[in-house]
Design a protein around this ligand. Structure first.
Ligand code: BES
Ligand code: ZN
Length: 617
């Protein structure tokens, strides 16, 4: 171990994306009625203070598009009783709305306050929420889900909406209307496994979490156990497929615990959402939300679940202090995800994931440019919507930093370091400077530190020299097949060597096809390998741009279908781009978008409005 002189721990930075200020708020009591008719959540958020206030104290919370009713200060007796009638109404102000940050809710809490209750309702356009009509689900009932990361929790409750502020919570959720008794409510907490006939649910999250990990879903959902502490929620017609797909969930949790220490959140369940879910996955504590587009039928896309599971340590235990430190969440998680997959499926499998990830990284770096500050690990997102500033760099460059450390100190030392890091900083925030100090003090010798050149990784563009480059032997066979195609071999003749290919090999194959292929070429490929009718969303998303570029019309209907049905932004953005670039594509893109837009979550429409409709919108 290096003999470092003890240096003071750098103070945590202020969060440029939160207005929140004032006393610590260690616990939240949420009471919400879910109204599908009005498309609102209405009720109250009661914030408990750590201690009774001795003097009058200002409190500022984040809100966006909320209608605030009464704000009531509660003394310790009223706070304990939790009676709606108790307490004293106090005045409040809301600052002028900012399109990204929303409005600061300012209060002056009187001396003697133990808790503050805010009565409020959400707006039907609340950005975190997506209210789905029955036709937008796999079944015949409406559906609601939230997506709070990065700064959308404030659109469904008044809160300190900063990843650096944590609280435990409990919630009473009541489903209103004729659907009451048919719909199950789930949160990022301990969850029911059966639908309550009276539509009332109670939740408790005993571990302190930041606001971006608050989550709620309400729908016609069934549950199937996968292990003793793991299971899957899905719409009834999806449940069987989903439980087949995620059969390895228990083994994933075991592998993760073996790598980096105990799972600290009780149960680990999955919720397969309707297809409009804007992300692949979201690591909501106790219950990861996933897109149904990973239900490929052959368990080939489950690394995404390993990723969200890994966040139970990197992100949910040790949390990026601000969105500028996003790489600490995602870079560690990608590294951890691939370690889990290696443990379960072997090194050659993990190598394929790594090569595909590095290809994504180089693609993103090319798009951003060799000197772009957006390619630094440490970001500077003040004044910007974090949702626009977060990209692949955090994931793949972050992972490469960890792989570089692996190369430098070896796995045993790195693994011990990571395990200790998660234990030492559990339920705390971490920022880039603190991490750098901790790494240099506890892992690296001075010689190793100078070899690593951490500043170049954190605050420099591109990839520093010395970053490892992954190699996949299984992809060598793909390259050989591509080479044969290039020299005139008919696709059908390649069939025998592709029979054992996984989704990853096909992805590598599709990415490696030359952009110059004609519609006739694509027709031959399609005849041999049936891409257009594939049930694998990753392959479809790689195939359609080739089809658009070549004007391969037999894929049109499948593409249209995909865009109308799937709301996952990672797929939509490149597909609409490819569509816009095709001859006559702008009109087609806009017409498709007009029809599909009602099916997309705000996270997706925010990006796509600008892309498809132009900046004016
Ligand atoms: N936490 C992220 C999703 C996210 C990031 C939401 C930033 C909002 C803002 C999640 O863990 C994630 O990274 N999902 C990826 C899948 C993963 C396998 C790379 C996704 O949704 O594509
Ligand atoms: Zn992630």
């Amino acid at each position: 171990m290096p003999t470092a002189s003890p240096r003071p721990t750098p103070p945590l930075p202020a969060d440029p994306h939160s207005y929140a200020q004032g006393p610590a708020l260690p616990h939240l009591r949420l009471a919400l009625a879910v109204d599908f008719g009005q498309q609102t959540l209405a009720g109250s958020a009661t914030w408990l203070l750590a201690e009774l206030l001795a003097t009058a104290t200002p409190l500022v919370l984040d809100t966006r598009d909320l209608t605030i009713g009464q704000v009531v200060a509660l003394d310790s007796k009223a706070a304990r009783a939790g009676l709606a009638s108790a307490g004293t109404a106090i005045p409040y102000t809301l600052t002028a709305p900012d399109a990204v940050l929303g409005q600061a809710l300012r209060l002056e809490l009187p001396a003697g306050t133990q808790a503050v209750r805010i009565d409020y309702r959400t707006s039907p356009g609340a950005a975190a929420l997506q209210w789905l009509a029955p036709a937008q689900t796999a079944g015949t009932h409406p559906f609601l889900f939230t997506q709070s990361q990065a700064i959308l929790a404030r659109t469904w409750l008044p809160c300190p909406d900063s990843p650096g502020r944590r609280f435990t919570y409990e919630a009473e959720v009541e489903v209103l209307g004729s659907e009451r008794g048919q719909l199950l409510a789930l949160m990022s907490a301990d969850n029911p496994q059966t639908t309550a006939p009276d539509g009332r649910y109670h939740f408790r999250q005993p571990q302190p979490v930041p606001a971006y990990l608050l989550a709620l879903a309400v729908g016609r959902l069934d549950f199937a156990p996968l292990g003793d502490h793991t299971g899957i929620y899905a719409e009834p017609t999806t449940l069987l497929r989903a439980s087949y797909e995620f059969a390895a969930l228990d083994r994933m949790v075991a592998a993760a615990e073996q790598l980096y220490g105990p799972y600290r959140w009780g149960r680990y369940d999955l919720l397969a959402l309707p297809a409009s879910f804007p992300f692949g996955g979201m690591e909501n504590p106790c219950i990861t939300f996933v897109t149904p587009t990973i239900l490929a039928g052959d368990r080939s896309l489950t690394s995404l679940v390993a990723h969200e599971l890994a966040h139970s340590w990197s992100g949910n235990l040790v949390t990026n202090a601000t969105w500028n430190d996003f790489w600490l969440n995602e870079g560690f998680t990608v590294y951890f995800e691939r370690r889990i997959m290696e443990q379960l499926y072997g090194r050659p499998y993990a190598e394929m994931l790594q090569v595909l990830g590095e290809a994504d990284l180089h693609h993103t770096m090319q798009e951003l440019g060799p000197t772009s500050p957006a390619t630094h690990l440490r970001l500077h997102l003040a004044g910007r919507d974090p949702d626009d500033g977060l990209n692949d760099i955090a994931y793949e460059k972050g992972c490469l930093l960890l792989l570089t450390l692996e190369q430098l100190v070896g796995r045993p030392r790195l693994d011990a370091f990571i395990t200790e890091y998660f234990a030492r900083f559990a339920f705390q925030s971490m920022d880039t400077d603190r991490f750098a100090a901790y790494l240099t003090e506890t892992l690296l010798t001075p010689a190793e530190a100078s070899q690593l050149n951490l500043p170049a990784w954190l605050d420099g563009p591109g990839l520093p020299p010395g970053a490892p480059v992954a190699h996949s032997a299984r992809f060598d066979a793909v390259a050989a097949a591509l080479a044969r195609l290039a020299t005139g071999t008919a696709p059908i003749a390649l069939q025998p060597i592709t029979t054992e290919w996984s989704s990853q090999e096909w992805e590598h194959f599709l990415r490696g096809l030359p952009p110059t292929l004609t519609a006739t070429n694509l027709g031959r490929l399609d005849e041999a390998f049936h891409f257009t009718t594939s049930g694998n969303a990753e392959l479809l998303a790689a195939w359609f741009p080739l089809a658009l570029r070549a004007g391969y019309a037999p894929a049109d209907a499948a593409l249209e279908n995909f865009l109308r049905y799937v709301g996952r932004r990672k797929f939509l953005v490149p597909l609409y781009r490819a569509l816009l670039a095709a001859p006559g594509g702008r009109a087609r893109a806009q017409e498709t978008y007009r029809l599909a837009r009602p099916n997309y979550h705000s996270v997706a429409t925010n990006t796509l409005d600008a892309l498809v409709l132009g900046e004016a919108h």
